[in-house]
Design a protein around this ligand. Structure first.
Ligand code: GDP
Length: 442
């Protein structure tokens, strides 16, 4: 067998053009890019809505939909056809089949969108973590049909919203779905708007960051096309797509922070001595020729080429999905979940962290796994420093023995080994197959 180390060959570092990437980005008129998660109770219509969005934007062709419709008719479930557009994708992913990028990616004239963890799984929370911890905003799907909505807000919907909030997401677009089933009732829409607004602001979301859009995912009403149902003539607001377009893109502020990218895929290239790392840039900018380091291994490398989505580029910025070809690196020490940084400003590695956590289960000193995106590290809750007020963050009690589900606390986490993490990052704590807490590192 060939030694992998033999791949590391001496080549001169790639030439850098010494660009001011932030300026390049501002002058390029490049489309903004943004990522979101879709949350809501099972059967609220998440898959149907995303399937509809991709069909109406022509990312899934009509023939594929017809195929699903025929399959769905055979099993007597016509209405599931659109959901199958999304569910099919998830199954393919589970089976490790290469899937078409178009099913979780779409763009408009102004924006490139990535749907992080598109729905399809029934056991949603574990899948949501990787997505929500990277998302710029969320779409919350509410089933407006009488009864189903009340149940939703208490059940999974509540858990999903708490998770978004504790991870520091700011913007939520509430898709009030299945309005076709209640005759496009204006009262129903207003009641839901009022109640969900109260719920969201109670958790600290700002009202100006929450939009409500009445839709029918099944009929394709008010998603990309304006509502045509006569019963909905009272509605004068925009479509769901217009609400998406209003979302703040990854800001210039994020570009000025140090470069960080969690590695989601590692490819060994045909070309001798190069390794390609893929992921979404969390913060900062890069350009060809930059000297990088992978943490925690400390492996260094130079950028030989950059692909943004599917185009070769000289530079890339926060929010973009990239594949970076590196020279002068031995991939044997690199793992999915590791963090790529500039060699001059690497992320620190540590094993003890303080976090402001929202509890989903009872929280006390116990063994846990810490998750950040694809990174997960075993360790324990070492101590609970204080319980905090959910809205203000003020200390309620010092050194409580236990935190009840729904409570917020400052906890100290001790991991079994050093991992690359820093203040301000979103992390999730799990144990025994359950999400125990989620929050921000301090
Ligand atoms: P998910 O579990 O949230 O992904 O929900 P699905 O997308 O699988 O939808 C659950 C059920 O609700 C399916 O039977 C859909 O056809 C139905 N559904 C979804 N959206 C709508 C809608 O806007 N109107 C109506 N009438 N049914 C819908």
């Amino acid at each position: 067998t060939k030694k992998i180390a033999a791949l590391k060959v001496d080549v001169p570092p790639p030439k850098t053009q010494g660009l001011d990437v932030v300026k390049e980005y501002e002058n390029s008129g490049a489309k903004k890019s943004t990522s979101f998660v879709v949350v809501g109770h099972v059967d609220a219509g998440k898959s149907t809505l995303m399937g509809r969005l991709l069909v109406d934007l022509k990312y899934v062709d009509q023939r594929t939909v017809e195929k699903y419709k025929r399959q769905a008719e055979k099993s007597g479930k016509q209405s599931f056809a659109l959901a199958w557009v999304m569910d099919q994708r998830s199954e393919e992913r589970e089976r490790g089949v290469t899937i078409d990028i178009a099913t979780n990616y779409f763009e408009t004239d102004q924006t490139k969108y990535t749907i992080l963890d598109a729905p399809g799984h029934r056991d949603f929370v574990p899948n949501m973590i990787a997505g929500a911890s990277q998302a710029d905003f969320a779409i919350l799907v509410i089933d407006a049909n009488t009864g189903a909505y009340e149940k939703g807000l208490k059940g999974q919907t509540r858990e999903h919203i708490l998770l978004l909030r504790s991870l520091g997401l700011q913007r939520v677009i509430v898709a009030v779905n299945k309005l076709d089933m209640v005759g496009w009732s204006k009262d129903r829409f207003n009641d839901i708007t009022q109640e969900v607004t109260g719920f969201l602001t109670g958790l600290g979301f700002q009202e100006q960051n929450v939009d409500f859009v009445p839709i029918s995912g099944l009929d394709g009403e008010n998603i990309v096309k304006k509502i045509t149902a006569p019963a909905a003539s009272w509605y004068e607001g925009g479509t769901l797509l217009e609400a998406l377009e209003k979302s703040e893109p990854t800001t210039i502020r994020a570009l000025k922070k140090p470069f960080r990218m969690a590695i989601s895929e590692i490819f060994r290239s045909q070309q001798q001595g190069t390794t390609t790392l893929a992921g979404r840039i969390d913060s900062g900018t890069i350009q060809i020729g930059d000297s990088l380091v992978v943490q925690p291994s400390g492996e260094t490398a130079y950028i030989k080429s950059i692909m943004v989505d599917t185009d070769a580029q000289d530079w890339a910025v926060a929010g973009q999905n990239v594949s970076i070809a590196l020279t002068d690196i031995d991939p044997i020490h690199i793992r999915v979940g590791d963090i790529l940084c500039h060699a001059a400003n690497p992320i620190p590695c540590g094993d003890t962290f303080t976090m402001k956590a929202m509890a989903f289960e009872h929280l006390m000193p116990m063994p846990v796994d810490l998750h950040r995106g694809r990174l997960h590290a075993p360790g324990q809750i070492q101590s609970i420093t204080a319980s905090l007020d959910k809205a203000t963050g003020e200390i309620i009690k010092k050194k409580p023995k236990v935190i009840q589900p729904g409570g917020v606390a400052r906890v100290v986490i001790k991991l079994n080994e050093k991992v690359p993490l820093e203040a301000g990052q979103r992390v999730v704590i799990r144990g025994g197959g359950e999400t125990i807490a989620a929050g921000l590192l301090e």
